[in-house]
Design a protein around this ligand. Structure first.
Ligand code: PLP
Length: 375
């Protein structure tokens, strides 16, 4: 039997060997990090070492790092700073941001999937009072990278707080807090080779941000509850691996090879956001005439794991609000799948995917032609 190929790294990336090793060692730690005895202090050291590593990944001070249960919680925590402010989010944010942003002004994006800066500036200029802005660094479905430094510059001119969901960007490109000029960043461990169930909000300690979970003094009172020692230690190890430019170049070569091959097989296929700056590992591509769910199942039967729309929505495929924001019509959006490469993928994986896509595409064409003939 052929080995299966995992191309859904934006949903969850396999844990890096470095993270697995640290997780195994952390399992041996028995203490509660809040305890004053030696065991507790050993556990505390694991957490503080991880905090330094995660902070280093984005060029922040360790004092800015609050560990959470993942990207979703970190996004929710960031929005605690939005109270009594006018809220602005891009129209293609992750559902975990959208869920916090009821009543927010949605910032339009261009057909390439980049936030429209002119429209943003206009919207902010028309607002009275303090504002809170949340724009992601890289989109989870298309991989399109946003001009965050420009967003932050405009926002700060209008005295807004700027939050950036960098969950998909971290580990795939350089993420530097100072260069981005934002006040808070969200990270998620399992997207960059750590374990699921762990993330961080990296935020200016001076921001007023009431905790979502209160009761213990953990995480400098920003997040109560005994820390997930294993997850946090593994997160630190994955953050320490960080961004490897050579790996990214290799991913990009595979991604470009996949896109060129698919467009040669089916010239009517479309890659979304292709002309915009993108993450090196992600492609979002529509195969004309076949629903994305059907493609995903057909690929799965051929031993390839990819996703339709946003995989975060627990197995249910919803129409992509990201493609809708980019002006893609519903019929085409419903045929788009996401392929996301990771550190463990090889060129052979890319070729296996191309072969599978060709098979599925030819079958679809056959059915379509049969349908046309029968009509
Ligand atoms: N933000 C983005 C851009 C994501 O892609 C995801 C997950 O896919 C999240 C936030 C949520 O992260 P987590 O799964 O750690 O809650």
């Amino acid at each position: 039997m052929k080995r299966t190929v995992y191309l859904d790294n934006n949903a969850t990336a396999p844990a890096r060997p470095e993270a697995r090793e640290v997780a195994r060692a952390a399992l041996e730690a028995v203490g509660n990090p809040s305890s004053v005895h030696g065991h507790g202090q050993m556990a505390r050291r694991l957490i503080e070492e991880a905090r330094e590593r995660v902070a280093r990944l984005v060029g922040a001070s360790p004092a800015w790092v609050t560990f959470t249960s993942g990207g979703t919680e970190a996004n929710a925590l960031a929005f605690q700073a939005a109270a009594r402010r006018s809220v602005f989010v891009s129209a293609m944010e992750h559902p975990s941001v959208m869920a916090q942003a009821s009543g927010a002004t949605l910032l339009p994006v261009t057909p390439d999937g980049v936030v429209d800066l002119a429209a943003f500036e206009k919207a902010l200029a028309g607002t009275e009072g303090p504002a809170f802005v949340s724009v992601m660094l890289a989109n989870n479905e298309t991989g399109v990278v946003q001009p965050l430094a420009a967003v932050a510059e405009v926002a700060h001119r209008h005295c807004a707080i700027v939050h950036c969901d960098a969950v998909q960007a971290a580990g795939k490109m350089t993420v530097d807090l100072a260069a981005l000029g934002v006040d808070a960043i969200t990270l998620s461990a399992h997207k960059l080779g750590g374990l699921p169930g762990c993330g961080a909000l990296i935020a200016d300690p001076s921001l007023s941000m009431p905790p979502l979970l209160a009761g213990g003094g953990q995480e400098r009172s920003r997040r109560a509850g005994t820390e997930n020692i294993v997850g946090i230690a593994a997160f630190g190890a994955a953050a320490d691996v960080g961004f490897r430019p050579q790996e990214a170049q290799s991913r990009q070569r595979m991604r470009d090879r996949i896109e060129d091959a698919l467009l040669a097989i089916e010239p009517a296929a479309r890659v979304f956001g292709r002309d915009a700056p993108r993450l090196p590992n992600t492609t979002c591509v529509a195969m004309p005439g076949l629903a994305a769910e059907t493609q995903v199942i057909a690929m799965d039967l051929l031993g390839i794991s990819v996703s339709a729309g946003a995989a975060c929505s627990s197995g249910k495929v919803h129409r992509s609000h990201v493609l809708k924001a980019m002006g893609v019509d519903d019929a085409e959006a419903d045929t788009a799948i996401r392929v996301s490469l990771g550190w463990a993928n090889t060129e052979e994986d890319a070729e296996r995917f191309i072969d599978a896509w060709r098979t599925v595409c030819m079958r679809t064409r056959g059915h379509t032609l049969t349908g046309v003939t029968a009509a």
